[in-house]
Design a binder for this molecule. Sequence first.
Ligand SMILES: Nc1ncnc2c1ncn2[C@@H]1O[C@H](COP(=O)(O)OP(=O)(O)OP(=O)(O)O)[C@@H](O)[C@H]1O
Length: 280
Amino acid sequence: MDRCLAGGIPCESITEIVAESGSGKTQLCLQLALLAQLPPSLGGLSASSIYLHSEFPFPTRRLHQLAAQFHAHHLQDLIATGRDQRYDPMDGILVQSIHTADQLLDIMPQTESFLQNSQTQFPVRLIVIDSIAALFRSDFDNTSIDLMKRSSLFFKISGKLKSLASRFRLAVVVTNQVVDYVGDGMNGLKIGNLEELYSSGRRVCPALGLAWSNCVNSRLFLSREEDEKANNCSVERSEEDGGFGSRTTRRWLHLVFAPHLAPSSCEFVIRREGISGVDR
Ligand SMILES: Nc1ncnc2c1ncn2[C@@H]1O[C@H](COP(=O)(O)OP(=O)(O)OP(=O)(O)O)[C@@H](O)[C@H]1O
C-alpha cells in the first residue's frame, strides 16, 4: 500500500478515503492514527493525532485491539526514539465526537489554538475526520438554497483544514461514503477523465458530489467484492462468518487522483492485527 501511495499519506494536504460501508475506511484511519506515532525512520511522524468521529458508536474496542498489537510490535522502536517505558499508544490519539458541519467549524479555532500552544515532544501531525459525509446526512434538503449552503460549508471546512495542514504540516484524512450511480444524472458527473468506480458489483460514486471533490487534494477509493468460492490464503475470511465459512472478501485500494501521483491500485486484507497490502 505504501508503494501504491509512494510512501503513504502526504502531509500539508487533505486526503479523502471514499468507500461503501464495511470497506475498511475506519480500520485504515485507526491504523494511521497509531502509525503516525512511529518515528519518521519507520514511516511515521513521531506525532499524536486528533480523531474526530461522526459515525456512532466510536469503535473503541477495535482501537484498543489495534493499539495492543501496535504496542507489542513497536514498543522497543518507540522507546529508542524517546518514548517512556510506560508508553500507551492510546495516549497519542485525541478522540472527539462531532455531529454537524457547523460544529466542526465551531471547533476549528479551539483546534488551532491547541495545535499552536501544545508544548509536547510529540505534537499533533494528523487530523482524521470519520466521516465528513455523516455531517451532511441530515439538515440539508435538495433545494437550491440548501445545496448552495452545503457547498459553501464544504469550502469553508476544507479551506480551514488546508490552512491548518500547511501551517502545522499536518496530514488531514477525511472519509466519505458512496452512493449508487444513477444513469447520467448529477451524481455521474465526471471530473477530468476519471475511471468509473465499482464496489460489490455496483457502480458507485462518492457522496457529497462535485463541489466536495474539488475540496480534497487526493482521493483513495476502497472497493470490495465477495467471493463465494475463493480458497486462497491471501483472501480474507469474512468476519461475519467467524473466519470459517466459505464466503471471503477481496479488497482493493485505488488511488483515484493525487497531485503528485498517477492512478494505481493494490489489493489489501483486514485482519485482527490491522490492514496490510497483498503482494501478488
Ligand atoms: N478484528 C477484526 N478482524 C478482521 N477484520 C475486521 C476486524 N474488525 C473489523 N474487521 C473488518 O473490517 C470491516 C469494517 O471496516 P470499517 O468499519 O473500517 O468499514 P467502513 O468502511 O469504515 O464502514 P462504515 O462506513 O460503515 O463505517 C468489517 O467488514 C470486517 O470485515
